[in-house]
Design a protein around this ligand. Structure first.
Ligand code: UGA
Length: 444
């Protein structure tokens, strides 16, 4: 195997995972970030994010001399050059947040290109890993203005929380470029992983990334809509999704109904593709409906809570105290960005409810939540004292292990609204709790 000399710019969960995993595959990797305090912490092996197995890979990589951290993209290039051979591949893993009108903001990508343009050696390859608008590779080439440097799009398909596993066990590797040699060099970085590789042009690679995330979002909006219909028809969503999931064309994964999809990727990418479609004069109704269905889902959860707590549709939640179990956008992370749980919380607050929250990922993580929105406590039994309802908003498995009899005893007449269908109905029944899930008949 060739050992490549790689710079990874940006040490968020994508950049850090990419850097640490490429080092674990034997490559020499220098990771760069603009934040000096973050680089100091990384050098001490503190990764600052919740990612299974990542801290160990970072420490191992540094100990083996294959992984190091510097402040600034140009410093990464200098460090590799000092060792004797210049950089061969530069991965751009900087944020591309949703900017004005849903268009991805490419400011960070542009800044890195500006900073490294002159220092890139002839024959180097610049790889975009950040999710970027379709057409960015062409724009990158223009901005860089170097026809002796390869431009490749190599989108990531990492889920937060399981990014290391996903990197090392990919369903596929996608490499897009108009320069075949550059594309093949990037594809070879992953050859040890034995995954199917799609070699294509850069625009198609960028489309693959958006189409994948938007398809996943569409799958979830579809399931959430079917769950709503199940409630009206007295069918059970768990049996329905199991039944459709055995069809290999559909698959069992990504079929769990919930309070809507969120996080830092699916909302951003669905809006971005809608923008791309608009700009191409294509009315993407299916994607618009996917987003609208999701936006409605939070309100639907609030209506459900309202009905359960007050015993009637449209009853008032004013001054009703509610315990929210789970605040992160999904289990296994401490990430609160675009969290459906916080979206539901905001609507409950607007309706006058008093909110106490508990989340195993937030406890001790330093994540900050607006105290005017929800009072966060570090003990579920404290959160559930004297409440009208316990609302499950994130699918943390540990909620199943709680003492539900004890929780039931902490408030007179409390009910449970399980927006993730996480809990065992029999356990709730035995604890004497009335409950409602999503897409199945409530037991009251
Ligand atoms: C997503 C994609 O799954 C990754 O493949 C992609 O690489 C990543 O975005 C990205 O673009 O960087 P992630 O944002 O980590 O990954 O989260 P997911 O695990 O996809 O979950 C997204 C949302 O859907 C969460 O709110 C989650 O709770 C919800 N979800 C997921 C459900 O409601 N039901 C499910 O069955 C699965």
């Amino acid at each position: 195997m060739f050992v490549r000399r790689i710079a990874v710019v940006g040490t968020g969960y994508v950049g850090l995972t990419t850097g640490a995993c490429l080092a674990s595959l034997g490559h020499r990797v220098v990771c760069a970030d603009v934040d000096p305090a973050k680089i100091d912490r990384l050098r001490d092996g503190e990764i600052g994010i919740r990612e299974d197995g990542l801290a160990d890979l970072v420490v191992e990589g540094m100990a083996a001399g294959r992984l190091s951290f510097v402040v600034g993209a140009s410093a990464a290039l200098e460090e590799l050059a000092r060792e004797g051979d210049p950089v061969e591949v530069v991965f751009l893993c900087v944020p591309t947040p949703m900017g004005v009108g849903g268009v991805a903001d490419l400011g960070a990508v542009e800044a890195v290109l500006e900073e490294t343009r002159a220092a890139l050696p002839r024959g180097a390859v610049v790889v975009t890993k950040s999710t970027v608008p379709v057409g960015t590779a062409e724009r990158t080439a223009e901005l860089l203005g170097r026809d002796d440097v390869g431009i490749v799009s190599n989108p990531e398909f990492l889920r937060e929380g399981t990014a290391v596993h996903d990197f090392l066990n990919p369903d596929r590797v996608v490499v897009g470029s108009s320069q075949q040699d550059a594309a093949e060099r990037v594809a070879a970085l992953y050859s040890r992983l034995g995954a199917p590789t799609v070699l294509t042009d850069a625009t198609s690679a960028e489309m693959i990334k958006y189409s994948a995330n938007c398809f996943l979002a569409m799958k979830l909006s579809y399931v959430n809509a079917i769950a709503e219909l199940c409630e009206r028809l007295d069918a059970d969503i768990a049996d329905v999704t199991e039944g459709i999931g055995y069809d290999r064309r559909i698959g069992q994964a990504f079929l769990a109904p919930g309070p809507g999809w969120g996080g830092s990727c699916l909302p951003k990418d669905t809006h971005a593709l809608l923008q791309v479609a608009d700009a191409a004069d294509f009315e993407f109704r299916l994607l618009r409906a996917t987003i609208d269905t999701n936006d409605r889902q939070r309100q639907r959860m609030v209506d459900k809570i309202r009905t359960m707590v007050t015993g009637k549709r449209g009853g008032s939640l004013s001054r009703r105290k509610l315990a929210l179990f789970g605040l992160t956008f999904k289990a296994g992370t401490d990430d609160l960005r675009d969290s459906p749980a916080l979206g539901v919380a905001a609507l409950l607050k607007q309706a006058g409810a008093e909110l106490v929250g508990y989340d195993p990922g937030v406890v001790g993580s330093g994540a900050s939540i607006d105290a005017n929105l929800v009072t966060v406590v570090d003990d579920p039994y404290l959160a559930a004292k004297d409440v009208a309802a316990i609302v499950i908003l994130t699918e943390w498995p540990e909620f199943r292990q709680l003492d539900w009899r004890r929780l039931a005893g902490l408030s007179a007449g409390a009910c449970v609204v399980d927006t993730r269908n996480l809990l065992d109905p029999d356990v709730l029944d035995r604890a004497g709790l009335t409950w409602a899930g999503v897409g199945r008949s409530a037991r009251t």
